[in-house]
Design a protein around this ligand. Structure first.
Ligand code: NAP
Length: 187
């Protein structure tokens, strides 16, 4: 058994967790968030594969405790993180002592502003920090928007979850879900 750690995946990204559980029956899942996830959509068997690790990642003490718990896991194969920019160092600290497998991947999801790295320090800092990290492949996923018939809209939760799952499968280091150009067309 290997482990998938989902940070901030109990909201719009929960369907992506479910897709990953269905896709790889040998992965156990640890979900980091403040509140327990709603797992009613899962079979009883799959629910036993999911553990919730309560943590407010914006709180330094809770973050330290969570990092210790994550360090106890063996064989972390995948981390997917959707972390708000009010906790810019959270991901770095949470992953510091993680025991990654060979061929591990860390996929970080960013909002559309990350498509403008020159003005987005949150994206730039993580890119500089993780792109050359030898412990894992770092994959960046930028959430864009949709444009059709001259109208634009933000992505639905289903499009976001499906796009993040596909991004993981692609193994690409940079994926945009939807579009970010023309930037002036964003909703
Ligand atoms: N380009 C785009 O299309 C785009 C980009 C970004 C966002 N959005 C939209 O923005 C909406 C809001 O995004 P959202 O991030 O609020 O929704 P969300 O993904 O539904 O929820 C945020 C996730 O992060 C966790 N979280 C938040 N703060 C945390 C903390 N301090 N410590 C630990 N875990 C924390 C939440 O769990 P807990 O609350 O239990 O901690 C939850 O798992 C979404 O509905 C989406 O449609 C769209």
């Amino acid at each position: 058994m290997t482990t998938f750690v989902g940070i901030g995946m109990t909201g719009m990204l929960l369907p992506c967790v479910m897709q990953i559980l269905a896709h790889d029956q040998l992965l156990d899942v640890v979900l980091v968030s403040r509140r327990a996830p709603d797992l009613r959509g899962l079979s009883v068997k799959d629910r036993t594969r999911v553990r919730h690790l309560p943590c407010d990642y914006a709180d330094p003490e809770q973050r330290k405790h969570c990092a210790c718990e994550l360090a106890k896991l063996t064989g972390v194969e995948l981390v997917i993180a959707w972390v708000h920019s009010n906790a810019p160092h959270a991901l770095e600290e949470l992953l510091e002592h993680v025991d990654f497998c060979n061929d591990a991947a860390v996929l970080q999801v960013f909002g559309s502003a990350a498509s403008r790295p020159e003005s987005n320090a949150f994206y730039r800092d993580h890119d500089a920090l993780f792109s050359d990290d030898k412990r894992f492949l770092y994959q960046k996923v930028v959430l864009g928007f949709e444009v059709s018939s001259g109208r634009s809209r933000w992505l639905t939760h289903s499009e976001i979850s499906g796009g993040v799952f596909k991004a993981w499968q692609s193994g690409s280091s940079h994926v945009v879900v939807g579009v970010v150009e023309p930037w002036s067309s964003r909703p």
